[in-house]
Write a protein that binds this ligand. Structure first.
Ligand code: NIG
Ligand code: FE
Length: 421
């Protein structure tokens, strides 16, 4: 056997996220029944986890002169965070709109007036590829400090062929230039661009299907669409996702963010990997989705978005979980509805405003988030065979994870077996 290259030992608690069903995301009682090991260790060989267990069972024969030791006494050790929904690549920022929102203007009114997403589209089209890459790398560094080790990154601020392809390319390149793994998603159907305003949403998605998607095979695993008033109506969203599915893409949707249009249920019916936002998803529809998909479609909850948009309505996470719908939690990092990269804050707000328990919330930012981007074979739990993405936290129990509201609990970040400075 190969000696351990890395041993993280003496952890007060190891949050393994192991112990649930292997073939689907955690749902219902499974979401909080995963295993915690008291006084535990995590052992790695190169970029893989090879053993997880109690200190009393540690086999010292596996230690060699080159084994790197990390002392996690008094600390929680857990899998690297999986950030399953971001709009990483964009130009400019929207601090001016923040002021307008504070004076009472709504998100959709600002968009209807040519601002919002469309103002970021203008700034993004005007930015060079090098600038976009530099900004993305800057943001990834911020995410890494919060312990994010895998991150999904959507395009969607180009809305023309060349810029959209550039955004996907930048996301991939950013993933290659530093340690956090990046999973690109194509969100060319974010809103209808000014060039297609007259022609309308259906003509625009036909353009994407015809001119853009064929160039994205192998570059982006998922296609996403924003189904909302002022963006894409339900029938166009269905048509687009059906066509994208036929072309071999995995499906995602932004739906039920501000209105209940039935987007979540429609996408789940088409086999979507995730349905995102869900603030206006009704509990009975959530239960139907859980049943119809056999718990395979993950609801990605984004609790910092209603907070930042000054909305009262938050997704009813508690009801979703109790009806068997698997949930993940993400920031939705983007310049308009959530400029925060603090997934720990999102986790805490998911507990406070959506009714998740600490163990459920931890599962929602690790294993279930991995399922939401089809990376569950590689990350999301501390189990032999998975990538050695491990965090050491400056807290001593799982109950403390959502408790220190707004703080970053991360002490050490290990990605692929390497300790990140
Ligand atoms: O997920 N809702 C649609 N898209 C993003 C926000 C994009 C923006 O405002 O720039 C979201 O909230
Ligand atoms: Fe989003």
């Amino acid at each position: 056997f190969a000696p351990y290259t890395l041993l993280i030992q003496h952890a007060a608690q190891v949050l393994t996220l192991a112990g649930g069903p292997p073939d689907r995301p955690l749902a219902g009682p499974d979401l909080s029944s995963w295993t915690i090991i008291e006084q535990g260790y995590v052992a790695c060989v190169d970029d893989k986890i090879v053993a997880v267990g109690r200190m009393s069972k540690l086999n010292l024969a596996h230690l060699g002169p080159d084994t790197r030791l990390i002392d996690a006494s008094g600390c929680v050790v857990m899998p690297g965070l999986v950030e399953c929904h971001t709009h990483l690549v964009f130009g400019g920022n929207r601090a001016d709109e923040f002021e307008r929102k504070l004076r009472g203007e709504s998100y959709l009114d600002i968009l209807a007036g040519g601002g919002g997403i469309l103002s970021t589209v203008r700034a993004t089209r005007a930015a060079s590829e090098a600038e976009l890459l530099a900004h993305s790398l800057h943001h990834l560094k911020g995410f890494r400090r919060y312990g994010v080790t895998t991150l999904e990154a959507k395009s969607g601020y180009g809305l023309d062929r060349d810029t959209e392809l550039r955004l996907v390319r930048v996301a991939r390149e950013a993933g290659q230039q530093q340690a956090v793994r990046v999973v690109p998603t194509f969100l060319g159907a974010h809103v209808v661009p000014p060039e297609f305003k007259e022609a309308g949403p259906r003509t625009y998605v036909d353009f994407i299907l015809r001119e853009v998607l064929s160039d994205l095979k192998g570059e982006a695993a998922f296609v996403d669409i924003f189904c909302e008033d002022g963006a894409f109506p339900l029938d166009v969203s269905r048509y687009y996702l059906e066509q994208a599915h036929k072309m071999g893409f995995g499906l995602k949707i932004h739906a039920e963010q501000l209105h209940d249009l039935g987007g979540c249920e429609m996408a789940a019916e088409l086999g979507a990997t995730s349905i995102d936002h869900c603030d206006y998803l009704m509990p009975d529809a959530a239960a139907r989705i859980a049943q119809q998909t056999a718990g395979r479609t993950v609801a990605v909850l984004l609790p910092l978005v209603p907070l930042f948009l000054r909305q009262q309505k938050f997704a009813d996470g508690r009801e979703f979980i109790d009806s068997g719908l698997p949930v993940a939690v993400s920031t939705d990092f983007n310049p308009g509805s959530c400029p925060s990269k603090n997934l720990w804050l999102a986790l805490s707000v998911a507990c406070l405003k959506m009714g998740l328990t600490a163990k459920e919330a931890v599962a929602a930012v690790t294993l279930n988030a991995a399922w939401a981007i089809a990376q569950q074979h590689d990350c999301g739990s501390l189990e032999p065979g998975k990538r050695a993405d491990v965090l050491v936290l400056n807290v001593s129990s799982v109950a403390e994870v959502p408790y220190w509201l707004g703080e970053n609990p991360v002490r050490d970040v290990v990605i692929g077996g390497a300790l990140i400075a």
